[in-house]
Every structure is written in structure tokens, then in C-alpha cells.
Design a protein around this ligand. Structure first.
Ligand code: PAF
Length: 283
């Protein structure tokens, strides 16, 4: 496995891989890798000749300076995990290698066709502008045949699919199921910021979501939202930022269960200072 830090180095490698007629699989990450990332990497290794992983904590998708500063970083540990998982190339550039000053200051423009008017788009202004900005740059550099994203970031996955279609990237987007700790807590780089006690408490989020699946259609959509929110907040210090019940394609809120045949419940919960996201498929 090689670790590359510059655009020139990755371009050179891509030319070599492409001219050998090999397929490229790509997993973009912000590092602090966990089992969820490794599941993406293993699938990527299995389905492509060369698996490439990027590690880049993208400043333009953070709307909170503290959140960016606290984001866990550990390149050496990440590299060891990736080598073990069969990754061939790690692309780990620094910020100046990717952006000029102007690009960092001004939000990247993209027509989200309404996909950004809900959930993360509301609570993290310009977050998805930054995601589309970095993923489009990485796609141009890495030129993958397939790119792998987790379904935990449900809205991000929908936006990446839209971006790929709108900008005509010849890349197949592969969505991968959420991987959970034994307790049910979805793997996330942010879990590393939880204390042991908070980590135990955070498992309550998935327990409530799973329970809600057993009775969701015996209640109205609005009642389910209140019920899930109250049940989660019963355990301190959990605080629900939003719990939306949406159509899985348009991401718009549904009012009645019969309004869609693909329904997802998406939420963000603060466990103390740590922001966790999760989702569950109802239909
Ligand atoms: O999901 C993430 O880790 C990031 O949003 C991504 C896709 C790597 C872009 O920075």
C-alpha cells in the first residue's frame, strides 16, 4: 500500500492503473476509521482491481469551527487498518493541496433540487455544498469506476447520487448498509468522542428506533415522531435535534404512511456534546 499526499502523485498513479486496464474502486473518508468504513473498503477491494481510499478532513463541509478542530485524526492507525483491509492506495492530501483560499471562503454552488432543504441541510447550512465540492474534486482526481458510501449518511448518499448524475460522472455509486456496534450504536468516527458511559447511553437511540418499527403503522406519522423523540430523550443526556420521517427518494417529509412506499426515519441526536446520526427503514 502506498500513501500519497499530492495531486501530482495521485494523478501519476491513476494514469498507471488506467493504462494497465484495471478498475478503480474508491472510498472517500475523513479518517478516524472504524468498522463501518472497513466494510466499505472490503466491498471495494472485492469488487475492483485497485481500491483507493482518501483521508481528508474537509474544512468546507464544517459549519462549526470547534467541530472541525475536534474531529478525530489519526493517519498512522488508519493506514494500518487500510493495509490490512487490502487497500492499495491512500490519498491523504493537506488542505492547501486541494483548495485555494477563495474556494474555502465561498460556498460551492450546486443545485440540490430540494434535497438540501431538510434535515442536515437545515441544521448544517452549506454542509452539503462542501461535501459536493470535495467529492467532485476527488472523483476528478481518482476517476473511480465505483465509489462506496454508507447509508448511515442517508441524505449525503442521495445527494452524491444526484451530483454524480447531474455532473455526468461515469461512476457507479454503491450504497452500503449501516454497520453497528454490538450494542446497536451505529459506527461513527464521532463515537470516539463519547465517554464510556455516553457510549452505553447512545445505544438507546437504536433500541428506540427498532422498537418503533414494531408499531409504527398503528399510529400517525406525527405521533410516531413525538413518541420516538420522547422515548430517546428519556435517557439523559440524549437530546434529539430532529427526527424526520421522509420519502427515501425525494427526502421530503411524509404526512401519512400511505403517501410513500419507501419510508425512512432519519434522526440526529446529541449525546452530551457529540452529534450522532442514524436512520431506520420503515417501509
Ligand atoms: O462521509 C464522509 O466522511 C464525508 O462527508 C466525505 C464523503 C468523505 C466527504 O468529505
Amino acid at each position: 500500500m502506498i500513501i500519497l499526499k499530492t495531486q501530482n502523485a495521485i494523478i501519476e498513479q491513476i494514469i498507471e492503473v488506467k493504462s494497465a486496464g484495471k478498475t478503480i474502486g474508491f472510498v472517500p473518508t475523513m479518517g478516524a476509521l472504524h468498522q463501518g468504513h472497513l466494510a466499505l473498503v472490503k466491498k471495494c477491494v472485492a469488487e475492483n482491481d485497485v481500491a483507493i481510499v482518501s483521508i481528508f478532513v474537509n474544512p468546507t463541509q464544517f459549519n462549526n469551527a470547534d467541530d472541525l478542530a475536534c474531529y478525530p485524526r489519526n493517519l498512522d492507525a488508519d493506514a494500518a487498518l487500510l493495509e490490512n483491509a487490502g487497500c492499495k492506495i491512500v490519498f491523504a492530501p493537506n488542505v492547501n493541496e486541494i483548495y485555494n483560499e477563495q474556494e474555502i471562503k465561498k460556498p460551492f454552488e450546486f443545485d440540490f433540487q430540494g434535497l438540501d432543504t431538510v434535515m442536515e441541510g437545515v441544521f448544517r447550512p452549506n454542509h452539503f455544498n462542501g461535501v459536493v465540492q470535495i467529492v467532485s474534486k476527488l472523483f476528478l482526481l481518482v476517476q473511480p469506476d465505483r465509489a462506496y458510501f454508507g447509508e448511515k449518511d442517508f441524505q449525503q448518499l442521495a445527494i452524491i447520487r444526484l451530483m454524480t448524475k447531474t455532473l455526468n460522472f461515469p461512476v457507479k455509486i454503491v450504497g452500503c448498509p449501516i454497520i453497528r456496534e454490538e450494542s446497536g450504536l451505529a459506527f461513527s468516527s464521532r463515537n470516539a468522542l463519547l465517554t464510556e458511559k455516553e457510549r452505553e447511553i447512545a445505544a438507546h437511540i437504536y433500541a428506540v428506533l427498532t422498537e418503533s418499527k414494531t408499531f409504527f403503522n398503528h399510529t400517525s406519522v406525527e405521533e410516531l415522531k413525538s413518541c420516538v423523540t420522547a422515548a430517546i430523550e428519556r435517557k439523559e443526556p440524549l437530546k434529539v435535534e430532529y427526527f424526520e420521517i421522509i420519502d427515501g427518494n425525494t427526502l421530503q417529509n411524509i404526512e401519512k404512511w400511505e403517501n410513500s412506499d419507501y419510508i425512512i426515519g432519519c434522526l440526529t441526536v446529541y449525546c452530551g456534546k457529540v452529534r450522532l446520526i442514524d436512520n431506520i427503514k420503515y417501509v
